[in-house]
Design a binder for this molecule. Structure first.
Ligand code: NI
Length: 171
């Protein structure tokens, strides 16, 4: 396993749409275990392909600290089948270090994704699991949590965001 470098706000790959995974091979499994390792080392609960500059539709989530049944898992080619309810929760992102803000998202979602073996799974997620899934799913479409915050919050965070962009855009 290897720890991968995480790209930060200002890197163009964070704003691109990631491509479907078509091959469920050893390379994909290695990518997933490296992403899980990278997420753990950085104390994250989720990490998406584009954040390690891999523009593939894959993300990993680890909520084991909250629920022992939620061991680190990879989600490949995820889709959101339905959304309901609404909930406000504070979010952060490993690609936008030091910034946290309230984001409104659906409280319950029905999702479909593939495992690393290509098996199709359908699940209903709620609470923090739904929250992290939606945050990571956004990454696959070039969307960041700061795109969902209020104009006022955005204005308040603007200097901080600019600083991150300037210090990382050339890396
Ligand atoms: Ni993120």
């Amino acid at each position: 396993m290897a720890v991968l470098p995480i790209i930060k706000l200002g890197h163009p790959s964070l704003r691109k749409r990631a491509e479907e995974v078509t091959e469920f091979n050893d390379e994909l499994k290695e990518l997933a275990s490296n992403m899980i390792e990278t997420m753990r080392v950085n104390d994250g609960i989720g990490l998406a392909g584009p954040q390690v500059n891999v523009l593939k539709r894959i993300f990993v989530i680890d909520l084991e600290q909250i629920d022992e049944n939620l061991e680190p898992r990879a989600y490949v080619n995820p889709r959101i089948l339905s959304e309901s309810g609404s909930e406000v929760m504070e979010e952060g992102c490993l690609s936008i270090p030091g910034v946290r803000a309230d984001v409104t998202r659906s409280a319950e979602i029905e999702v479909e994704y593939q495992t690393l073996e290509g098996e199709v799974i359908q699940e209903t997620l709620d609470d923090l699991t739904a929250r992290v899934f939606l945050h990571e799913y956004d990454h696959l479409n070039g969307v960041l949590f700061i795109d969902h915050i209020s104009p006022l919050q955005r204005k308040l965070l603007a200097p901080k965001l600019k600083k991150i962009e300037e210090s990382h855009s050339l890396v």
